[in-house]
Design a protein around this ligand. Sequence first.
Ligand SMILES: [Zn+2]
Ligand SMILES: [Zn+2]
Length: 68
Amino acid sequence: MSDKKLPLPPTLPPSIITSDNFCLFHKGDLSEDIYTCPKCKTIYCLECAKKAQADRKPCIKCKQIVLL
Ligand SMILES: [Zn+2]
Ligand SMILES: [Zn+2]
């Protein structure tokens, strides 16, 4: 017989970012128009992808240039 109580599992904060709906360029929620990296399939906002292309910034994950 044991009257030890199991400790409650720690509740995880809801700050875990899912990359499904997250733009790594502006670090926020994706807009409706999206751009998908042809190499790594990471999704960005279309607007952010346009800016990245203008600034010659590559995909944050795989460094593939943005091709629109
Ligand atoms: Zn990529
Ligand atoms: Zn964005």
